[in-house]
Design a protein around this ligand. Sequence first.
Ligand code: AVJ
Length: 307
Amino acid sequence: MNDEITALIEGLSQAQKTISPKYFYDETGSQLFDRITGLPEYYLTDAELDIMREHVDEMAALVGEQASLIEFGSGSSLKTRILLEHLDQLAAYVPVDISEEHLLASAAKIRSEFPALDVCPVVADFTQAFALPAPIVTPVRNVVYFPGSTIGNFEYDAAMALLRVMHGEAGENGALLIGVDLQKDAAIIDPAYNDSAGVTAAFNLNMLRHLNTSYGSNFDLDAFEHRAAYDSDEGRVVIELVSTRDQSFAIADTHFEIADGETILTEYSHKYTLEGFADMARDAGFKVARVWKDKNELFSVQYCTRL
Ligand code: AVJ
């Protein structure tokens, strides 16, 4: 049995059944996520784009000339383009993603839009240290870019481990530019994960369809419901699939029972206070040097230098 199936079975064997959020992103899931970012309730993308548009000149000045911009993720977003448009003296742009197909497709698009840019994609699992490519021009420093508050998907220990990987990749006199969603009233957060058009529900349920199609499971998609709620004590949205009856399912000949009302945890989306994120950054070897927020103070982009 392959490692992925073993990990899936392990997650579903826990007292709290769990499936990693990475299984959201098949072709359909990626399209649904793109739709989420355009939803009126999903404030994160609009707020981060507003911050980028308003402060990109200052960000570009902080990155400086002849830097290598290392994006954790495939670099398909509009935020990345805004940044690249203002970084005309980069030594290299290095998008890092585990999905080779997705990475190379988005690298090809970036190359066609920015013909003068040295685009050096790296296929790697960025939760582990990876080797950086040698661009044509030797960079004077590395700046890691991690937009979208994707850090929020990781629980504390894993988020710390990831920040430490970023610290390592940034290297001597390197820096980190990161999107960080902020703690706020549940009245704003809950609708972002329970949109009226039902796109987030479809996105959550699509994970089971993806597993059925590609991992040989037999989930009954009609017998699970989307649930997402902000837990203000923990500072995170808990996103689950709720079983609507007592039922069983199987994956690779391993059978599971799930009771009516029992849940499968599919994602956490952590929200931070400025102090909380600064503490984590410091423990990973970074100092938060600059914080930009949107006008409603919903979201932040933070520039962190190596201590
Ligand atoms: C991509 C992890 C930032 O947590 O808001 C959106 C994923 N899940 N709606 C988030 C997501 C449901 C998103 N991140």
